[in-house]
Design a protein around this ligand. Sequence first.
Ligand code: KIV
Length: 293
Amino acid sequence: MSHFSSSDAPAVTIPLLQQWTREGRRLVMTTAYDAVTARLADPVVDMILVGDSVGNVCLGFDNTLSVSMAMMNHHLEAVARTRPRALLVADMPYLSYHLSLEDTLRNAGGFLQRGAGAVKLEGGAKRLPTIRALIDCEIPVMGHLGLTPQSVHAMGGFKVQGRAADDALRILEDAHRLQEAGCFALVLEGIPAELAARITQSLSIPTIGIGAGPHCSGQVLVLHDVLGLTQGHRPKFVRTYIDGFDLLQQALSHWAEDVRRGVFPSAAETYALPAEAQAAVSAWAPPLSTTSV
Ligand code: KIV
């Protein structure tokens, strides 16, 4: 039996995701930042997130704060050109929804015009007016609570949130406020499993966990983490299924070795010149130089 959905599987919509959650089917989301990763992910997952994690995963930044709308649009367009059947969610980067409602709506509406089916943004109660305005403009919103990477400085680092009772209650209440405001799903990142379980069990919309234990309605991991393409520290919630970086580098170094040994390209990998053209090329002599030395 194939582990993949069939290629003629229907497009994943928000009502379908919510139906699957009611039926107890766990949802799967991963990231894609370009056409290659989108094509890898699309037959396998329910949702593709063009995450602002592109900043640290692909663009060499230490965190997501330097990711701009121009960068996000560039990556979203590449993913959208593959016309994924998975629901395409675009991440609102830092400062794209903080300055004014008009700016926020233009940025988020631009994501939809580029092919996204929903946007994701970070934060709790203080984001309610923003979330309501987006939903009023027919822009579906996925919330994001707990360890919100755009608050890295305010949180004092990438630290698990909601361990203290007041903090846990604030996240639980925020989850309900975001549901009431109309979010169709919530990402819960970096919170204790028991808190994520309580949130999930008390909401009717799906929760998508990352570092939030097994009791969420679904899970999200960064594709480059799952495939072992990221280097350096990996948080404990990341499970890597292949040492992609090492394997791909080995393949690349085999090719480099073949070039250096003169065994790449072979005859089969080479275009031949037809005999007539070959004769002409061989008979050609360089013109005599007209410049005197
Ligand atoms: O940007 C991202 O990849 C994310 C996920 C980790 C949820 O926000």
